[in-house]
Write a protein that binds this ligand. Structure first.
Ligand SMILES: Nc1ncnc2c1ncn2[C@@H]1O[C@H](COP(=O)(O)OP(=O)(O)OP(=O)(O)O)[C@@H](O)[C@H]1O
Ligand code: SF4
Ligand SMILES: [Mg+2]
Length: 338
């Protein structure tokens, strides 16, 4: 078996703020293999973005601090690299696209210049060759009249086009890993579908691995091979997409799928395209949680859950969950599904 391309290993990243310590990432482990698409899901604030930004060391420090763990890319721990070494990797080997392109595009540079910059920096192209390649990239991501658009500024483009420009920028140097943090959330449904088609097509052409952060379970089913479910700064379940939808083993995952059994009610399991609302609120990451962080919202909770924290365990090949009641969850889901 080949080693994974990226391995996040027991990562802890905390924010030291005036109001206390925020345990944004609290012992997260996941990996991505070359050419694979891994989806990361979970409610707002559970640490998806901060974990992904850690890979590129984009988390501001202070207040952020890597407390422990490793992030190995092709075997090298990225947390040991200095900023000059990180800059060599960014855009060239690992690149990232964000939810809101305006925050990562430079408003005073033409799009051609911005795509070209990474090529000049990482591939030593001259300005002219870089601009020519920028036109090619714009064509590749489906922007009409690329020769004209390449000379325009971000504000002259529509939201969907800016997202395409960001994808063009991210893919210009054929990175081995693309991190896409809710790349389509800000776009309307038709454009969303086009961007996802584009990512899929580019993935098969360029062969990049993708970490796809999303709130959309439809997108997970369509795009990813494996899924990591996060809750309160931790991974609570991991499985292949097929396994996760067919045999979820964590009550939180059931909740996201809209099939959480509330006390006294029966299971309903028609996975909605968006993550379902779960009753109750996410816990504050400022306090140490003694037991399972999901206990106050969990219909399966027992007395043990309040005092002991469940570790993540492999319950079937490739299927991990952090829940004392995982077998009961799986059995109830299976019964309701039959
Ligand atoms: N600079 C910061 N200082 C203090 N806390 C921060 C900082 N950046 C992020 N956090 C906290 O870290 C936690 C994880 O945030 P993160 O952005 O990773 O969530 P997320 O899962 O990506 O949520 P969303 O789905 O809303 O994007 C949150 O509680 C957030 O408030
Ligand atoms: S460990 Fe207990 S509280 Fe936590 S998810 Fe499982 S059953 Fe619910
Ligand atoms: Mg986020």
């Amino acid at each position: 078996m080949t080693a994974p391309l990226l391995e996040i290993d027991d990562l802890r990243l905390h924010f030291y703020t005036r109001d206390g310590v925020v345990r944004a990432v609290d012992g997260v482990t996941y990996h991505v293999k070359a050419g694979e698409t891994l989806a990361v899901v979970g409610e707002s604030g559970c640490g998806k973005s901060v974990t992904a930004q850690s890979v590129l060391r984009l988390v501001p420090s202070p207040p952020g601090r890597y407390v422990s763990g490793q992030i190995r890319f092709q075997g090298r721990n990225l947390l040991d690299l200095d900023m000059a070494e990180m800059r060599k990797l960014r855009g060239a080997e690992i690149s990232m696209i964000f939810q809101e392109p305006m925050t990562s595009l430079n408003p005073v540079l033409t799009v051609g210049r911005q795509i070209g910059e990474t090529l000049v920096l990482h591939q030593g192209m001259d300005q002219k060759a870089a601009e020519a390649r920028a036109v090619e990239m714009l064509k590749l991501v489906g922007i009409p009249e690329p020769e004209r658009r390449v000379r325009e500024y971000p504000h002259q483009l529509s939201g969907g086009m800016r997202q395409r420009v960001m994808i063009a920028m991210a893919l210009a140097c054929n990175p081995k890993l693309l991190i896409a943090d809710e790349p389509t959330t800000a776009l309307d449904v038709t454009i969303q579908a086009q961007i996802l088609d584009l990512m899929r097509e580019l993935k098969s052409r360029v062969g990049a691995a993708i970490i796809l952060i999303t709130h959309d379970l439809g997108v997970v089913a369509e795009m990813a091979e494996r899924v990591v479910v996060m809750y309160a700064g931790r991974k609570v379940e991991e499985a292949s997409v097929d396994d996760l939808f067919a045999r979820p083993r964590h009550p939180y995952t059931l909740g996201l799928m809209g099939s959480i059994p509330h006390l006294g009610s029966s299971l309903v399991h028609n996975a909605p395209p968006r993550l379902a609302e779960i009753q109750g609120v996410v816990p504050s990451l400022r306090e140490e949680i003694p037991g399972c962080a999901f206990a106050p919202r969990c219909g399966f909770a027992t007395e043990r859950c309040g005092r002991e924290r469940p570790e993540i365990e492999e319950l079937a090949p490739g299927h991990f969950a952090a829940c004392f009641e995982a077998e009961r969850v799986a059995a109830q889901f299976a019964e309701a599904a039959s």
